[in-house]
Design a protein around this ligand. Sequence first.
Ligand code: ZN
Length: 241
Amino acid sequence: MGVEKLGEKVMLAVHRENHLIERIGWLRAAVLGANDGLISTASLIVGVAAASPALDQVLVAGVAGLVAGAMSMAAGEYVSVSSQADAEEADMARERRELAEQPEAELEELAKIYESRGVEARLARNVAEQMMAKDAFAAHARDELGIATHTLARPVQAALTSAVTFSTGAAFPLVVTLLSPAGYITWSVSLACLLGLAALGSIGARAGGAAVIRPTLRVVFWGAVAMLATAVVGSLAGRAV
Ligand SMILES: [Zn+2]
């Protein structure tokens, strides 16, 4: 009874920790997507505004940048997460086959894994036997392959998430462009972008449990470099056309 209660408590703690890890991973990905959307669209707007200050042209470029960026982020994410999912699936299929064909060797293998993690040999074999009696595949997937059902790669979900977060970040400089007084688009978008990057940087750093100031400054600095570079190229192109 006492041991059962303790086991339950440990399980709960592990469970909670897993959720925290998942949330941090998710939040980090969201921050990165928004970061990309913000910096690329703001740079695009600044570049076009430096070449031609006509509001409608700047807006068309900004919207096109948002759509193109969201699509390419989604496609890239889909491809990379799909290949991860394929690899996981192949691993799991091989594991299923091995479990069906040579259960004794698989039991040995699982026991060795627990042993290598510090469990005494006889106990390790005992643990492996009991785990395999309950759900042999789950035990092998988790402890041998490091795959748990709640961490499986999900390509469509990953693609949608990055398209949405990118668009959210990209929408910010577009709104600022609309609200900006005529002739000041370059300045207001640059400033808004740096503020947005600083905010995202501090959220991302806090989510990762890291110090806040340095990563934020780094993100703001490179954002400023990106916008300055596009503004220079934009105004040179504007003069050349
Ligand atoms: Zn195995």
